[in-house]
Design a protein around this ligand. Structure first.
Ligand SMILES: [Mn+2]
Length: 426
């Protein structure tokens, strides 16, 4: 299914007048306060977030999975779903492939399809946390960190294969997330596991094309519950440094212990030029993979405040690879992703409203109250008219969720694909 611009345009007609009133009101206020509204809107338009190929179907837990029906059953349909999200939001102009779940069978056709929907190929993700059918070696006791050289070799080769697949599609980075670790004290030698991982990553790094990046993701626990080899940003940072200048740390919001100060982690990694990628989601307890901004929107804003600061002041840090990494257990996956994109754009817009010069001055004067006022003034501003304008300028929907529902997209997908299709993924 494809939505043409005319359908979206028609769905905007009812709301266009009130949007224009709200936008003019906000734009006047911001302009009076010295903001360049046109530039704010164009920055929002340019901000694109990759959608992982596994996130278009219903997610689940080990207790169960409840389908939303009409799920994409192959890579083509997954890219079509991202195309639907992108036509409404104009913010999802990239797909992040997970291999081996989504190996293209016809590269040329997949590239043409993505191109026709204005979708790029962002980071490719390897998977050494599951055993594949007919695999010679098992990852039960680890992959890149495994005691067995044969297992490590298989995992390294898989990552090199993923690079090769990404290269044919135009990707420029590889994301490595390892489930490696141990469930019980004494099970692993921490130092051996770390050293094996480091050496394996270096072998993968050797196979990285010169214009590629390697993004090393960390996570404190799960699926292993006693120790994880790459448990935190410091471990990832050490490994990235050891690999070389094309290796970076990737921050996934859900991959922190409760109350971690993620904005501080982001800030220091950018100072060191080592923040390469970012995965959005939200959580209450652990790696809950909930909709971005649904639980702690102020934390998301504070993180974006550091990202915006870093993007402006840290030329030593590369452009970031942005991706939504959430799981949709009780919502329609497409609606859930649309909500995440809205929350991400909102936090980004608010962060751009933080008056950095004023904040610096207040910090200089140790005016703690003023510092908080400056941040919260930006946070309390309703920036949604800016987001609407950014979408409207590119032919997107004023209210993507409303348009998705009024166009009855899920039912169209169910008619097209049936009720029993299952998307590959977790
Ligand atoms: Mn992630």
């Amino acid at each position: 299914m494809k939505i043409n611009k005319e359908l979206i345009h028609n769905s905007n007609l009812k709301e266009i007048t009130s949007h224009q009133e709200n936008f003019d009101f906000l734009a006047n206020r911001l302009t009076k306060n010295g903001y360049d509204v046109t530039s704010l809107v164009s920055k929002l338009s340019e901000f694109q977030v990759a959608i992982p190929s596994w996130a278009l179907g219903a997610g689940g837990t080990r207790f169960g999975r409840f389908s939303y029906f009409g799920e994409p059953s192959n890579l083509e349909q997954k890219i079509e779903d991202i195309g639907l999200i992108h036509s409404l939001t104009q913010t999802a102009g990239a797909v992040s492939l997970h291999i081996p779940w989504d190996v293209p069978s016809d590269y040329k056709a997949i590239k043409e399809l993505a191109n026709s929907l204005d979708i790029n190929f962002d980071a490719v993700n390897s998977n050494t946390f599951q055993d594949q059918k007919n695999a010679k070696e098992s990852y039960k006791y680890g992959s890149l960190s495994n005691r067995s050289e044969a297992v490590r070799h298989q995992a390294i080769q898989h990552n090199l294969d993923v690079i090769n697949i990404g290269n044919q599609l135009g990707s420029k980075s590889l994301t490595v997330w390892l489930a490696d670790g141990s469930c019980f004290p004494g099970q692993n030698n921490f130092q051996t596991a770390f050293q094996n991982t480091q050496n394996s990553l270096k072998d993968i790094y050797k196979g990285l094309p010169s214009d590629w990046k390697m993004l090393i993701e960390y996570k404190p626990y799960e699926p292993n519950f006693y120790s994880t080899v790459i448990q935190d940003w410091g471990t990832s940072f050490m490994l990235a440094n050891e690999c070389g200048e094309k290796a970076f740390t990737l921050v996934d919001l859900g991959h922190h212990l409760p109350n971690s100060n993620i904005e501080q982690i982001v800030s220091i990694l950018m100072l060191k030029g080592k923040l390469g990628g970012f995965h959005f989601n939200d959580s209450k307890y652990g790696d809950d993979d909930l909709t971005a901004g649904s639980i702690k929107p102020y934390a998301l804003f504070l993180i974006f405040n550091e990202l915006v600061y870093g993007m402006k002041n840290n030329p030593q840090n590369p452009d970031l690879a942005w991706m939504i990494d959430a799981s949709h257990n009780v919502k329609d996956p497409l609606e859930d992703i649309i909500q995440s994109l809205e929350a991400i754009q909102e936090a980004y817009a608010k962060a751009m409203l933080v008056d950095q010069n004023l904040l610096k001055e207040a910090q200089q004067n140790n005016d703690v109250v003023k510092c908080q006022e400056i941040l919260q003034e930006a946070y309390r501003t309703d920036v949604r008219p800016l987001l609407e304008k950014a979408r409207l300028n590119r032919g997107g929907a004023l209210s993507p969720i409303k348009a998705y529902r009024s166009l009855d997209i899920r039912n169209h997908l169910i008619k097209e694909r049936g009720r029993n299709t299952v998307a590959t993924g977790l």
